[in-house]
Design a protein around this ligand. Structure first.
Ligand code: ZN
Length: 330
C-alpha cells in the first residue's frame, strides 16, 4: 500500500528539517524550512489537477489586504485560488495558491484552525492568531515568495518569512509559504506537522531576535508541531543514537542545523523542549523561550537564564537532559 508505506516511512526514519539562516538571505529576518528526501514519484496526492483557467477568489478573500500584498508576486504564475478561513479569536486567515495545488490548498484550509488552536495552547493567546499561507506552483514562485532569489534549496518544503524586524513594533509581512511539491513529498500528517511548525515561528516572531540560538527556536517550533507524538515517532535518529549510547554532549550549535546531521540536530532540539515541558512544565518552557529567544546568547548568558527560569545551571541542565534522554529510547 503506497499510502501506508509512505506514512510508515515518514514516521519511522527520514523526517528531515533545516533552517537557512539570515546570513544567506539579506532581506529575510526569519527563514525556516523542511527538507524532505522522499522522491517525487512516491507522491501521496495522486489526484490529477483540475483544468481551471479562472481565478477562484472568495468574496472575503478578495477584500483582504494580505491578498493584495501577494497578488503581484503570484499573478504571473496562473489563476489564483484564495479563501479566508476562520481561525482563533475571531480572526481570519488567508490561504492562497493556484489550481494545480488545489489538494494542498484544501488540506491547509482544513488544518489551519486546529493548527492555530494548537499553537495558542502552547504559546498563549498573545499573537495574531491568523496567518497568510501561500502555496507556490513552481520553484521560482516559491523563491520569490520567500524573498530567496535563487539561493533556496529545491528540497525545502515550506518556510516562514517576515519583513525585517523593527524594535517596538509588531512583525509585518509575515507569511508561510509551501513549495509546489510539498504535497507530493509529504503525506497529510507531514503537511499538518509542517504547518504547525511554521505557524509557531509566526506566533513567536515578535519575541524572537535574529541570532538567538536555533536549539530554542527550532526545538520549540517542533515541540508545538509534534505535541502528543511519542519520542520514537518524533526522534527516530536520536533514539537510535541513544540505544548506541551516543548521547549529545551539549545543546546543539546553530551550525549543526544544516548539513548531513541536520535531522538528528532537529530531533535533539525538539527533545530539549520536550524534556523541559515534562520535567518542569509547559509554562516554564514558554518562559525559557521568551528569555533565550530575546537575544543572541553565549554559554554564560544561557547559564544565567536557565538558572533564573529552571533553577538549574547550564551544566546541570544538560546532565539532567542526558539522563532523561537515556530513559526515553528503551
Ligand atoms: Zn523552523
Amino acid at each position: 500500500m503506497r499510502m501506508r508505506r509512505v506514512r510508515a516511512w515518514w514516521l519511522a526514519r527520514r523526517r528531515f528539517e533545516f533552517c537557512l539562516t539570515v546570513a544567506m538571505v539579506v532581506a529575510l529576518t526569519g527563514f525556516c524550512g523542511a527538507l524532505i528526501m522522499l522522491p517525487n514519484a512516491e507522491g501521496t496526492h495522486a489526484e490529477t489537477p483540475r483544468a481551471v483557467t479562472a481565478d477562484a477568489i472568495g468574496q472575503a478573500a478578495a477584500a483582504d489586504p494580505r491578498l493584495a500584498d501577494v497578488r503581484r508576486s503570484i499573478e504571473p504564475f496562473g489563476p489564483i485560488i484564495a479563501e479566508e478561513v476562520a481561525t482563533g479569536n475571531g480572526q481570519q486567515s488567508l490561504v492562497v495558491g493556484h489550481p494545480e495545488q488545489h489538494t494542498e490548498i484544501g488540506l491547509l484550509q482544513q488544518e489551519l484552525a486546529a493548527a492555530t488552536t494548537a499553537v495558542t495552547e502552547v504559546w498563549g493567546p498573545d499573537w495574531a492568531q491568523s496567518a497568510l499561507v501561500v502555496v507556490a506552483s513552481s520553484p521560482s514562485e516559491f523563491a520569490g515568495l520567500v524573498h530567496a532569489g535563487s539561493t533556496i534549496s529545491a528540497e525545502v518544503a515550506a518556510a516562514s518569512v517576515a519583513d525585517p524586524f523593527v524594535a517596538g513594533s509588531s512583525p509585518t509581512g509575515q507569511r508561510i509559504v509551501f513549495s509546489a511539491d510539498a504535497g507530493r513529498r509529504l503525506d497529510d500528517t507531514g503537511m499538518r506537522t509542517l504547518l504547525r511548525h511554521e505557524l509557531t515561528h509566526i506566533a513567536t516572531r515578535a519575541e524572537t531576535r535574529d541570532g538567538a540560538p536555533l536549539w530554542m527556536l527550532e526545538g520549540f517550533a517542533d515541540y508545538t508541531a509534534h505535541l502528543g507524538h511519542r519520542f520514537t515517532q518524533v526522534a527516530p535518529t536520536l533514539a537510535a543514537q541513544i540505544r548506541q549510547r551516543e548521547l549529545p554532549r551539549d545543546l546543539p550549535p546553530d551550525a549543526a542545523f544544516t548539513g548531513p546531521a541536520a535531522a538528528a540536530t532537529y530531533e535533539q532540539a525538539w527533545s530539549v523542549c520536550a524534556f523541559v515541558a515534562e520535567k518542569y512544565d509547559r509554562s516554564r518552557l514558554v518562559e525559557l523561550y521568551r528569555r533565550i529567544a530575546a537575544a543572541k546568547q553565549s554559554p554564560v548568558s544561557e547559564n544565567q537564564i536557565l538558572q533564573d527560569v529552571l533553577g538549574a545551571g547550564r551544566a546541570d541542565f544538560i546532565a539532567d537532559w542526558r539522563n532523561w534522554l537515556s530513559a526515553q529510547a528503551v
